[in-house]
Design a protein around this ligand. Structure first.
Ligand code: ADP
Ligand code: MG
Length: 719
């Protein structure tokens, strides 16, 4: 094959350019089947890693099996029978023989097994030996067809049943591909290879696809997983350094001299509370960033209730006091509305100079822009943004539309909730460029904490600040997962008791996926039901996303004033609602909510000095849901819960559908490979800082380019 490095070793790019059809045995039909599994190039094929390994040394002879043992046996199929049970379930019974004894394998509801396990075929059966009518058997064992493989360790590849490819076909093609490829180019600098105790890439590939021991496959996996993480970190660190080098930012004025408005000072003075140490530190770091000529790119993390909004607003006000504008972008309409309300109430009557008024100043003008904004209103807003009379704009991605132009956008805060991509952040930055010529400073916030490894992976191009301190006077919320009718009854009775004692409560309605309208309907039904049953006689209010803004505000005002004692609501209360007198929350069908969402919801109580309770109703509809509810019962630490969540759900959900490079993680796991993530990052800084354009790391540069899209490559290598 072409595409080798100076010492004749094959480049990954060359593997990527080769089609699987070049391999013996891969005809058009097999190629089509492979394509269904997402495999078109030889690179796709050799990075299709085994799902599991069968260690033949661990194999047990059927005659030695004891009832109750979990075991793996390798045996030939001798007899197959297939029928239906009286209840109409498919029943396939297979007798297998391993040279020592016969074993019966019984499959329920897997009629297709009769076609898969034909007489004479060899397979591995994993399962627990049980006794049925005196006969030793396995019920629904896991089956791996391994063909006539030799060797002690047999890799088992993910196979698509639909595609109809077997693990030994895949294994054969991969073996052929690796044999033909010969030695693979290795971009890992020798010093790092030594320091991390990594094996060479060609060896790692062999160890993963054809290991000689179970330990060897771990060694190989570690190396290949590191490569995936290293490519990603190099791209992120390059991006980070390029952003830092861009000098066309705004040097914001932090402490204006006489005559200029010291908005930040004023703002702090009029806050009804003292900032926490963590908030002080965050604001100090951020203002330092803002004062620099380079644009800021920072991630602000903090637990629910840590007070991120105050910090974000401080940053926006620095822009405003220097005569620029600020924008705050939220992922949903409801969140945008709530941020808007939150920002307005925190700002109070803060003023900026304005010569056109009688007093020479005016109140800081904050506006809201969402898809619900009417055309007339929108036009007024656009004018105000262009002329600079709107100081702070809060909104959804409606902010990203083309008509929105700022006179001078100075600071952008993005509240992400894992939903925005780098691309959208870039558009917002572009808005600054088109107005004043300079890039605005960017602060990204996440609604709830995300695990460290995930932050390094998803936000690896940003600096990070953590608010690791809650405002004083909060009492941890006592959380109970109410599993049975008695516990549920206790939850409702706690609501009644607390209301009787002058406190207030939230009831969060079951999550309905269909639509906002269905969600609103179900909340209304629940409201009607509760007012007749469990909470009869109490002053209840209803809040959902379909209500007109005016009605929502009215209900919230009554709840805040204590006229309504119980608020029956959808997740619209997730963020921003702040009533310290509310001490109980009941979440219905809590097993249907995600961890972060439940944690965020629970953050609505425990805001005052009084003891607070949260009841999670619902069955553990899956083992995962059970673990989630257990964790919430055990801990109120959002950073801990984020780690548990990652453990439970895997990285896919955390990484989402962000840049292409991020889906390059086939072996690496953000859960298991924490240390590798840090090491890859450390190496990336080491390499990029000494060689910013990777001019002296040609192999690495080529692999990074291979994994990212064209726009990103353009940005990283042409900037
Ligand atoms: P989150 O970090 O979850 O976004 P918020 O910014 O919504 O938190 O703040 C939660 C609540 O705490 C708000 O009511 C806010 O006004 C209040 N708060 C913020 N900082 C402090 C502080 N230093 N002392 C007391 N209350 C604070
Ligand atoms: Mg908030």
């Amino acid at each position: 094959m072409e595409g080798r490095d100076a010492s004749g070793r094959l480049l990954l790019r060359a593997l990527a350019q080769r089609s699987v059809t070049d391999l013996a045995g891969v005809g058009p039909k097999k190629a089509e089947a492979l394509e269904e599994m997402g495999i078109t190039s030889v690179l796709d094929l050799v990075t299709h890693y085994p799902r599991r390994y069968i260690d033949r040394t661990q194999q047990v002879a059927v005659k030695d099996l004891k009832v109750g043992d979990e075991a793996m046996v390798l045996a030939h199929v001798k007899r197959v029978s297939s029928r239906r049970t009286r209840q109409g379930r498919a029943l396939v019974e297979i007798d297998v023989f391993d040279g020592t004894a016969y074993l019966r394998c019984t499959f329920f509801n897997q009629g297709w097994r009769a076609k898969q396990l034909v007489t004479g075929r060899q397979a591995v059966f994993f399962g627990k030996l049980d006794l049925y009518r005196g006969r030793r058997q396995m019920t629904n064992p896991v089956v791996d067809l391994v063909g006539d493989r030799t060797g002690r360790i047999v890799p088992v590849y993910p196979q698509s049943d639909k595609a109809g490819l077997t693990t030994w076909e895949l294994g054969d093609w991969i073996a052929e591909a690796l044999r033909r490829a010969g030695d693979l180019a290795d971009p890992l600098p020798e010093s790092w290879q030594e320091r991390l105790g990594m094996v060479e890439r060609s060896l790692a590939m062999r160890q993963v696809h054809a290991p000689e021991s179970m330990q060897a496959k771990d060694t190989g996996r570690r190396r290949l997983a590191f490569d995936e993480l290293a490519r990603l970190q190099v791209a992120l660190v390059m991006r980070k350094r390029i952003l830092e080098r861009q000098a066309d930012g705004i040097s914001h004025v932090i402490a204006p001299g006489a005559g200029a408005p010291a908005l930040l000072e004023e703002f702090r003075r009029q806050l009804p509370f003292a900032l926490t140490g963590a908030q002080e530190r965050a604001i100090a770091v951020i203002t330092e960033d803002l004062a620099k000529a380079h644009p800021m790119h920072r991630l602000l993390q903090g637990d629910v209730g840590a007070g991120k909004t105050v910090v974000a607003l401080a940053a926006l006000l620095v822009a405003v006091q220097g005569g620029h504008q600020g924008a705050l972008m939220a992922p949903t309409e409801v969140l945008a509305e709530q941020h808007y309300a939150g920002v307005r109430s925190l700002l109070g009557e803060l003023t900026v100079p304005d010569d056109s008024t009688l007093t020479g100043d005016r109140v800081v003008r904050v506006e809201l822009l969402t898809n619900r904004t009417t055309p007339t209103e929108r036009k007024r807003l656009h004018d105000g943004l262009r002329t600079g009379t709107v100081d702070i704009l809060v909104g959804t991605h409606a902010l990203l539309t083309e008509e929105v132009t700022f006179r001078s956008l100075g600071v952008v805060v993005v509240d992400e909730q894992h939903r925005f991509g780098v691309e959208q952040r870039d558009i917002l930055k572009g808005k600054g460029r088109s107005s004043g010529g300079a890039d605005p400073d960017v602060l990204v916030m996440t609604a709830t904490p995300i695990p460290r490894t995930a932050a390094m992976t998803v936000y690896g191009d940003l600096d990070t600040t953590v608010l690791d301190e809650l405002p004083p006077g909060r009492t941890p919320v006592r959380t109970t997962w109410a599993r049975g009718p008695l516990e549920v009854a206790a939850a409702w009775s706690k609501v009644r008791d607390e209301v009787a004692a002058g406190r207030q409560a939230y009831i969060v309605c079951p999550l309905v996926e269909d639509s906002e309208r269905v969600q609103a309907r179900s909340a209304t039904d629940e409201y009607n039901r509760l007012s007749k049953e469990e909470l009869a006689g109490l002053p209840l209010g209803l809040l959902h996303g379909q209500m007109p803004a005016k009605d929502k505000e009215a209900v919230m005002a009554e709840f805040r004033a204590g006229k309504l004692k119980v608020l029956v609501a959808t997740t619209v209360i997730e963020v921003g609602v702040d009533v310290p007198n509310a001490t109980v929350m009941v979440v219905e069908d809590a097993d249907r909510f995600g961890m972060a969402q439940l944690h965020q919801l629970r953050g609505r109580v425990g805001r005052g000095a009084d003891e607070s309770w949260c009841y999670l109703l619902g069955e553990g509809s899956s083992p995962e849901a059970e673990k989630r509810l257990d964790a919430l019962e055990d801990s109120t630490d959002g950073f801990y819960l984020a780690e548990v969540d990652l453990e439970l759900r895997g990285e896919g959900t955390v990484l989402g559908t962000r840049q292409k490079g991020r889906s390059d993680l086939k072996l690496a796991s953000l859960r298991r490979d924490r240390e590798l993530v840090s090491q890859a990052r450390e190496m990336a800084f080491d390499i990029v800082d000494a060689d910013p354009t990777l001019g002296r790391h040609g192999l690495l540069a080529d692999e990074v380019r291979l994994m990212i899209d064209d726009d990103e490559a353009e940005f990283l290598f042409k900037s």
